[in-house]
Design a protein around this ligand. Sequence first.
Ligand code: NAI
Length: 300
Amino acid sequence: MTSVRFDERVVIVTGAGNGLGKSHALEFARRGAKVVVNDLGGSAFGDGASKSAADLVVDEIIAAGGEAVANYDSVTDGEKIVQSALDNFGRIDVVINNAGILRDKSFIKMTEDDWDLVYQVHVKGAFKVSHAAWPYMREAEYGRLIFTASAAGIYGNFGQANYSMAKLGLHGLSQTLAIEGKKANILVNTIAPIAGSRLTETILPPPLVEQLKPEFVTPLVVKLCDENSHDTGGLYEVGAGWMGQLRWERSKGVGFNLGNGISAEDVNDNWAAITGFDNADHPRSGQEAMMAMMQNLQNR
Ligand code: NAI
């Protein structure tokens, strides 16, 4: 088995002062990467800022013989984080979009600020960092990006309308970047992790927080960023030492005869077939997904 190494590679990990990001940063550094440890050092709710979170992780990497620099910018100033990678290490190979906050509230109590702030940090922040890194990756014909989604985005979760929007938005973004990046060997994948951290310690019981180690998530992130990897456009759930990939499933569906017109009653009469998953498809692209519809244009 060839070992996964990142010698001479430069890796940005956003939100790397705590939790999952810290675990990713330490592991990339242990495997030879030069790491930009980005962290604004605010609270789990997005208030305040401090340099200590990033500094402590950089100290730990350097003490272990690795190479890292701290960066304290918000991901919403993504170009500064990328500039820090270029200034310190001269290139950029991997971006781990990990920084995140919570503003949990039931939808009826959610304010526009709660919505906007979560969007800003998760979606706009990941966009800003990735967009600033993209031209360098294109030029080098090499890049690896990870987006950090959440089960809340995939399945929904009470009190997390803003967070669910942001998290599944990131997966949508990654789908198109995977297509646009393919020719230039830029691979883009999304993880939906679960780990004990300050984001989960308020909702999970302490023994579970203790057991759900971020270190159980990091190996998948590292594997997807390996230079020998080819997988792109994937969405993976990962946590507690378990990991697996998700895909879309679509019912076989019903093609109505266009010559007869289609009424809501026709839809009703065919509901079991429209919603049944026997002989389901798993479309892997927009073109594949559209095929059934295009074929039905002949159905008259
Ligand atoms: P954490 O709170 O331990 O770490 C997040 C880090 O991001 C913090 O150090 C924080 O200072 C930093 N950060 C926040 N806003 C920032 C900004 N604007 N710019 C730069 N850094 C910023 O949380 P955790 O759990 O490690 O979360 C990491 C990612 O994983 C987040 O995107 C989160 O939404 C996601 N996630 C975590 C899950 C879990 O079970 N822990 C579940 C699903 C998703």
